[in-house]
Every structure is written in C-alpha cells, then in structure tokens.
Ligand binder design. Sequence first.
Ligand code: R5P
Length: 309
Amino acid sequence: MIILIIGGSASQKLAANVAKELGETLCPLETKKFPDGERYVRIKGEVEKNVTVIQSTGFPQDENLIELLFILRTLKDLGAEHIKVVVPYLGYGRQELRFKDGEAISAQLVSNLIEESGADEFISINLHEDSVRDFFNIPTANLSAMAPIAEYIADKVENPIIIAPDKGALGFAEEIAEILGCNCTYMSKVRLGPDKVETRIVDVQCDFDSEDLDKVKKDSKVNIDSVAGKEAVIIDDIIATGGTIVNAIGILKEHGAKSVDVCCVHPVLVNDAVLKIMAAGARDLSSTDTLKSDVSCISVAKLIADALR
Ligand code: R5P
C-alpha cells in the first residue's frame, strides 16, 4: 500500500524524516501568504488513496491550523480516501475546559475542525490533556516521546535523577526513570498567572525505590538535600515562558545538585525563555522536534513512523 506523506510548513523536516523512515513518498506542497496575510495552499504531487499529513499547530497557531485545514479539505477533494493527520504539537490543546464562565473551549473547536475538514485518524504526541481525544469521533492516538528523550539522556548523563517540575509532569519523569532504571521525583508548583509560577520544595522527594512511589506521593516529608551532588534532569511536556523551569533549576542548584539538564517534548519557548533557562544555570536544554526551535535535537520521526506502520 502506497502512503503519501505531506508535511505542512510547520513540520516539513519532520515529515521528510518520517517519509525516510517509512520509505514512502513525500508530496511537494506549495504554501505562501498573500500580501494581505491570507494563506495559500497547493498540493503539487499526485494524491494517493492513503495519505498522512504532518503539521504541528504551534506559533503562528492560527496560520498553521488554517493551513492544515486547507490541506485536508483539498486532499479529500482530490480523491484521498483515508487521511491520517499527525499533529505532533496541538495548539490550543491546553484549553480543553471552560475554566472560567464564558470562555471558548478552543481545544474542542480545533478538534472538530480537523475532523470535519477530512481527517480519518488523528495522532498527536503528549497532548497536554489526554481528554482532548474525546472531542474526536475518529480513531485517535496520543504518543509518548519519553522513549526518545530517555535515549538522549542516557547518552549524555551517566547517573541521572529525573525531576518533574510539577506534579502534572510526574508521569513523564516516572516513564523515563523506568526506562533508564534511575530515580525520579517531583516538585510542587502553583501557577499565579500566565507568566508567573511559584515552585515550592515541599513535595521534593529523592532517593526512593520506584516501588515506593505511591507512598512518596502521599508522604509530605521533605528530603530535598538528597539532590546534592546529583546530576538532575528536569522533564516537562511544554516549556512556554520558562518560568516553571527557572524555578526548578533554582531550587535544585540551591540544594547542591551537581548539574541540571532540562528536556521537554514541546519547545514553545516564548520570547527569551531559552536565555532565562540557561542563565538560571541549566547545563543543557533540549527538546524534541514536534516544534522547530534552536533546541529541537531529539527527533520523534521514528516514533511517528512506528505509529504509522
Ligand atoms: C503546565 O502544566 C505544563 O506542563 C508546563 O509546566 C507549562 O506549560 C510550562 O509553562 P511555563 O514555561 O510558562 O512555565
């Protein structure tokens, strides 16, 4: 079965690498912006019955999303029968609920638009909330990038302890710690506003066996000093302003961590986030290539290719 791979302008290199992994054809696509800002899309290759479209919808979110919708609808018009849509990073994915009265449930509308434009399957990577999949009526998958991230850490750090900068990231830290056979722990974070977070050390626990994790989660005993002399690696799904990571680095340094490396799945990296993180004392900052950035050195191409096989 021939599968045509199309990479939207946000994910061209990733799409090319996925096509290479699979030995499938990469379809040429012309995209441009008209002088008034409107988007133009033209599919230049011959459309097969089975097509996979790869396009993240990060910044500029609206443009990348509309481009994806144009591609999907055009493929259907041109005879595609089954379209798998891979959105490695789903923009608007964090607004899956009406947190305050009157708010738009953006993740829901975005999901509906993707499906209605022609998607027959939807695949994403570490969705901020897995429940976003419930907005779709088509088969969906939420892949985890922790295996390629763990492989990267294993090459760089001899004896790591994996740190989740908030409780929500503990699952990622656990996944990596299990792959690497090392310890993991988490910090407690309170978000005070979109670009302000406060991180507390109250929940930091180190030096426990993975079997004890459930006990550790319930236990509030502070044991922060056990990061002293250790090579800490912070893992999060998204780094946006960098506030969460800067706080975590500060705490780890203050308590004697030998080094602090930082990894994330989606490098949203708003404004000077990279600078802030490096200035806070990170030894290394790396992410996957779900979004293009200066630090996107861990490829998810094989992860996506395996899911498409
Ligand atoms: C929040 O729940 C996420 O997992 C990240 O911790 C958050 O998006 C990071 O945001 P920022 O870099 O702005 O602190």
